[in-house]
Design a protein around this ligand. Sequence first.
Ligand SMILES: Nc1nc2c(c(=O)[nH]1)N[C@H]1C(S)=C(S)[C@@H](COP(=O)(O)OP(=O)(O)OC[C@H]3O[C@@H](n4cnc5c(N)ncnc54)[C@H](O)[C@@H]3O)O[C@H]1N2
Ligand code: MOO
Length: 395
Amino acid sequence: MIDFDSAVALVLTEARPLPCETVALGAAADRVLAVDLRARGDAPRAAVSAMDGYAVRDVDLGTFPARLPITTVAFAGRADVPVLPGGTCARVFTGGPVPHGADRIVVQEIVGRDGDMAVFEVTPGPGKHIRASGSDFRAGDTLLRAGTALGFRAMVTAAAADVTTLSVVRRPRIVILGTGDELAEPGQALETPGSIPESVSFGVAALARQCGGEVVDRRRLTDTPELLGAAARRALDEADLVVVTGGASVGEKDYARSMFTPLGLEMIFSKVAIKPGKPVWFGRAGGKLVLGLPGNPTSALVTARLFMAPLVAGLAGRDPSALLSWRDMTLTAPLKPCGDRETFERGRLVGGGVAPLSVQDSATQMALATADVLIRRRPGATALDAGDTALVLDF
Ligand SMILES: Nc1nc2c(c(=O)[nH]1)N[C@H]1C(S)=C(S)[C@@H](COP(=O)(O)OP(=O)(O)OC[C@H]3O[C@@H](n4cnc5c(N)ncnc54)[C@H](O)[C@@H]3O)O[C@H]1N2
Ligand code: MOO
């Protein structure tokens, strides 16, 4: 049995980005850029107006009011850049090309109209309201670096590069295998004597997706060795990461590890000194990763959060350590001393602090929905009072 930090270190060693693939720009949101992205053109392409108004030459605004004939109109999208003859002005709109020869845009709020004449009543002020060509970026500029997470802001930058596709890190394909004779598809458990709804895979799948994974399938498997072996083989064929839940402990039908043994399972770790989740295990088979989570729902979700979340994020090209950023918080209620296993109590955020949930049973499903954070307790840690600080991680 290894300690928590050693287990995390072993997971992080495997949490490296998968190879890249090319996807349509619109499908790239929430992916991670695999190569630097360079701009195809200048932005803006030509000098453009930053305001709706009139383009003028400064020399033509000697005295006020100044009356200038409007000789052309430049809406955004006009393909040519007109020339502004001296002694005239141009009607321009935001994003429209600034005519050659114009020095500034005067906002329309301070310009009157008299037919085709614009009447400049007052000095326009210091702002020229012109965005120079290439003032945002130039053709060939690196707009986004490899490794950038394509969140909603970066998607705008990527699209501005004027490309149709992006090279992104492939999403890890994940197959979730839920083992246990007692498991029924939710909606069918009550009608099936002895069964319970298979709940864990739904949480594991949601978390995997949130971390950048592609959940290929969730499969329920009975504890039948021949069937488990075939299911393990198929899952390894289809997935980068197989997450198997249940059957991780020492029961007579705990087959989660042994179903992968004929497929060459090499253990990376096989138990961790934590509570809950001691039976969690991690290995490699057929060149793929296999993570075994304990069956108890809270144990499964705590270990999924601690180990699977950074693993999936890292495979997807994200920073796995961002999912392990523990922070100090003030306790609003006391904590009991910790036993000899590193313990992750479930806590709730209350009024700027954190309180442990009253239910800490590793089998609870109901209390899971009320937990916001994990509270980390080192082995042998003494009791803490309200007002003391504790390390927490978003859960
Ligand atoms: N003699 C010992 N017994 C147990 C030990 C031990 O060290 N010695 N460890 C305990 C710990 S800690 C845990 S955690 C559990 C985990 O065991 P398994 O991974 O083998 O889990 P199962 O026995 O398959 O299931 C445990 C529990 O969870 C329910 N379950 C399982 N899968 C699901 C699912 N997908 N959805 C909903 N509920 C699920 C299952 O019905 C059981 O009630 O072992 C202790 N025992
Ligand atoms: O992992 Mo078991 O988590 O202590 O119930």
